[in-house]
Design a protein around this ligand. Structure first.
Ligand code: BGC
Length: 252
């Protein structure tokens, strides 16, 4: 048994509900991550049933940390930009807890979870000051960490830049939708980053989301001021951050 122990994290995304036991000393999963297709429509009840199925599959009986692609305040989902609108106003913590037989649950934003994980186990782990993680996927998620402390629910993907929300201009899904080349897309990402860094002045920006796997193709093309480094944890960051949140009592 490790010093910081193990915890269970679940990351709820558009295509999959993914979970695993996390070794909190290393930030590594102790087994291959389990995945259940996200129900369609992804209503709160259907997703809660998938979460219960996943936890049963893992044979995990303890508390659980869970991400949602929503603003989460006191366990309640407050927004639903890229998930079923029925989530807005849902007491997600109570819903998941009930689906899991009344056990302790914490719920947090997906990018906030990824930020916690990268800030503890990724390249940014030894940096102090303000770190900003941005996830580029269907939308753009954001997480601010100041000396290791999460400032939750920052939602920079919805910052309006030149009349357009950042995620409608520069999410990875927009690159695919509009058939943009990496240079074309990198120019849009640079525009977003310049606006963001002029407002918040992070010391470093960590770029996450699936497209960070191809970072050699676009990070060198960025023209903003703040150093941008690729995320390290890739598709486990949400799971690891969710596990950290339940272990560390983080409940935004
Ligand atoms: C949502 C955020 C979420 C991000 C990534 C945005 O559209 O508003 O809450 O973190 O997408 O999933």
């Amino acid at each position: 048994m490790s010093a910081r122990g193990h915890a269970f994290g679940i990351d709820i995304g558009g295509s999959g509900v993914k979970g695993a036991v996390v070794d909190l000393d290393t930030g590594l999963l102790t087994h291959e991550r389990l995945k259940i297709a996200t129900p369609r429509p992804a209503t709160p009840e259907a997703v809660a049933a998938a979460v219960a199925e996943l936890v049963a599959l893992a044979g995990w009986e303890g508390p659980v940390g869970i991400t949602l692609p929503c603003v989460v305040l006191d366990g309640h989902a407050r927004t639903a930009a890229n998930i079923d609108p029925a989530w807005i106003g849902t007491d997600a913590r109570a819903l998941f807890s009930a689906a899991l037989g009344g056990r302790t649950v914490t719920v947090l934003n997906d990018a906030d979870a990824a930020g916690l994980a990268e800030d503890s186990y990724g390249t940014a782990r030894d940096l102090n000051g303000l770190t900003l993680l941005l996830t580029f996927g269907t939308g753009i998620g954001s997480a601010f960490l100041y000396n290791g402390t999460l400032v939750p629910n920052s939602e920079l993907g919805h910052l309006v830049i030149e009349g357009v929300e950042a995620e409608h201009m520069a999410a990875a899904s927009i690159k695919d939708r509009d058939g943009l080349t990496y240079p074309e897309w990198a120019q849009r990402v640079s525009t977003a980053l310049i606006h963001i860094e002029n407002l918040f002045w992070p010391k470093v920006i960590v770029a996450g989301g699936g497209i960070s796997r191809d970072h050699e193709q676009w990070i060198p093309l960025l023209t903003n001021r703040t150093p941008v480094i690729p995320a390290v944890l890739k598709n486990t960051a949400g799971i690891v951050g969710a596990a950290m949140a339940i272990a560390g009592g983080i409940a935004p």
